[in-house]
Design a protein around this ligand. Structure first.
Ligand code: NDP
Ligand code: 2IT
Length: 444
């Protein structure tokens, strides 16, 4: 059996009931075959694939907190410190009822390669809890965040592990967590990113994932002789990534006709009104029905279906496995030319294969959404230097990073005789840097 297959089988055997983790590993290892085959004996002797698929450390803990009725609640929480070959562990914290260890491991595994692609010195990690911030009062969210940090603070630090936001974790949650970390340690350091602008946050971090997604998409289209301006774009999600992806797409001259959330989706024939969307989602924390109610050109649809609309470019920005084979078929039938993943692993493997087989340009999340974590690394730099860069400075660096990622990925795909296969290119380019660092550091 090939080394790649052996390691994949071991991952499945040793990590039962973690389908998302298996899926992420299967996709990455599948792409790495030609790389491994060039040097199979060395990689096997050094157990590089076993080590890269096994987290360096996994923390599992409970988080007790008191709700507004005086009832004690308790949640499961996780921090997976996956790989520190090229820098301190770095990755977000997801707060969503669906969170379990397998989901955090898939996200942490993806993060290793994504962070490598940014070109910045950050290792891979991820954390989260099955706590659901939806419908909770600010006091309840604070109680949870303080209790969560009261355990986590022992294991993180500006030079060891630097968490950030993800689904369900935005500026409010990061603020409460930062306050508790500072109180417990007495340290005013860059231990979290995505902080508020008054206490060490970076300008443009909030916008960075969505903006970065569009910078990479624009470069990918340009290198294939296509202009983004004038195109129709379908965005899924209505959270941090989706909002700023939609905003940047419109700034670049495209028309964004959809957004979605976990209950339904909106089609807006006039193009999404970003100010209204931000008011509904960021300020009121309300459902998209409120967007549709306030906007005559918008129709609200219950349930799935956001990718059935006619569009040139699709940007899945909500969650994993939201773009299924049936969606891929609808996109192709409607003439879609490009899909770029704002979310982590939003496209199932069979949908990805269908899109690529039908000539759709496909930018995988670990390249396309790397702008968020890249700008987090820029926030870490500013914190270490005790400096603050302007919005335009950060945005310019972000743009350079995203254009650089696209070319790095494109070059790797070409070098391994798979031109245009950006999935393979991203996995290979991300892997090579980490593997080289692991080899150099010996058996650790
Ligand atoms: P938010 O919590 O801000 O928004 C998430 C959005 O996706 C919401 O509209 C939410 O709808 C929807 N959503 C979440 N879970 C589901 C689900 N199970 N089914 C359907 N819809 C769902 O998160 P972000 O925008 O930060 O994250 C979105 C994606 O982008 C995630 O995959 C995340 O890992 C990834 N990502 C985030 C980065 C960041 O910097 N924030 C960086 C790189 C990737 P509802 O409100 O109804 O729950
Ligand atoms: O998936 C991701 O890259 C993020 N949620 C952002 C991580 C970060 O550390 O900024």
């Amino acid at each position: 059996m090939s080394y790649v297959d052996e390691v994949y089988e071991r991952v499945v055997r040793e990590n039962p009931s973690q389908p998302e983790f298996h899926q992420a590993v299967r996709e990455v290892l599948g792409s790495l075959r030609p790389v491994i085959e060039r040097n199979e004996a060395k990689y096997r002797r050094d157990a590089i694939l076993e080590r890269i698929t096994m987290p360096e450390r996994q923390l599992l803990f409970r988080v007790p907190w008191v709700d507004d009725q005086g009832q004690v609640q308790v949640n499961n929480a996780f921090r997976v410190q996956f790989n520190s070959a090229i820098g301190p562990y770095k990755g977000g914290i997801r707060l969503h009822p669906s969170v379990n260890l397998g989901i955090i491991k898939f996200l942490g595994f993806e993060q290793i390669f994504k962070n490598s692609l940014t070109g910045l010195p950050i290792g891979g990690g991820k954390g989260g809890s099955d706590f659901d911030p939806k419908g909770k009062s600010d006091r309840e969210v604070m109680a949870f965040c303080q209790s969560f940090m009261t355990e986590l603070f022992k294991y993180i630090g500006a030079d060891t592990d630097v968490p950030a936001g993800d689904i369900g974790t935005g500026a409010r949650e990061i603020g409460y967590m930062y306050g508790q970390y500072k109180r417990l340690t007495g340290l005013y350091e860059g231990v979290l990113t995505g902080k508020g602008l008054t206490y060490g946050g970076s300008l443009a971090r909030k916008e960075a994932t969505g903006y970065g997604l569009l910078y990479l998409t624009q470069e990918m289209l340009k290198c294939n002789g296509i202009e983004l301006a004038g195109k129709t774009v379908a965005v899924s999600g209505a959270g941090n990534v989706a909002i700023y992806a939609a905003q940047k797409a419109q700034q670049l001259g495209a028309k964004v006709v959809t957004v979605s959330d976990s209950t339904g989706w909106v089609y807006d024939s006039e193009g999404i009104d970003i100010d209204l969307l931000r008011e509904v989602k960021e300020v009121r924390r309300a459902r998209l029905t409120e967007y549709a109610a306030a906007r005559p050109s918008a129709q609200y649809h219950e349930g799935r279906g956001v990718f059935t609309v006619k569009c040139d470019v699709a940007l899945p920005c909500a969650t994993q496995n939201e773009l299924l084979l049936e969606d891929a078929k609808a996109l192709v039938a409607n003439g879609c030319i490009a899909v770029a993943e704002g979310a982590n692993m939003p496209t199932t493997q069979e949908a990805t294969e269908y899109l690529m087989a039908n000539g759709v340009l496909f930018a995988p999340g670990k390249a396309a959404n790397a702008g968020g974590v890249a700008t987090s690394a820029l926030e870490m730099s500013q914190n270490s230097m005790r400096l603050h860069w302007s919005f335009d400075e950060v945005d310019a660096k972000l743009k350079d990073i995203m254009v650089g990622i696209f070319h790095n990925v494109d070059d790797a795909a070409k070098e391994y005789d798979m031109p245009g296969n950006y999935v393979a290119g991203a996995n290979i380019a991300g892997f090579l840097k980490v593997a080289t660092a692991m080899e150099a550091q010996g058996v650790v």
